[in-house]
Design a protein around this ligand. Structure first.
Ligand code: SF4
Length: 87
């Protein structure tokens, strides 16, 4: 009985950590303070898109290689990007 409980807990933990593949992070975009500079779309056009007529970007993918997310967080002047896997 106790082994089953441990096994179920271990499975649950594996599912939690499997949400982002190794080397990738969940991208969170909160464009509330977005100035519309367009830097994010130029930096990561596979991750960030822009619909014609919109004033703010949208996420094409909510997963990005760690390095790309780090650059988005560094280059967005309004701090609109966050790492969803950060503690
Ligand atoms: S880099 Fe930041 S401020 Fe500029 S368009 Fe993208 S989300 Fe908006």
């Amino acid at each position: 009985m106790a082994n089953r409980q441990v096994s179920a807990a271990a499975t649950h933990t594996q599912q939690d950590t499997a949400s982002a593949p190794h080397g990738f992070s969940e991208v969170l975009l909160s464009p509330g303070d977005c100035s519309g500079c367009g830097a994010c779309m130029e930096l990561a056009p596979d991750i960030v898109g822009w619909r014609e007529g919109d004033e703010r970007p949208f996420l094409i993918s909510d997963m990005a290689p760690d390095g790309v997310l780090t650059e988005l967080m560094a280059f967005c002047p309004e701090g609109c990007f966050e790492d969803g896997n950060a503690p």
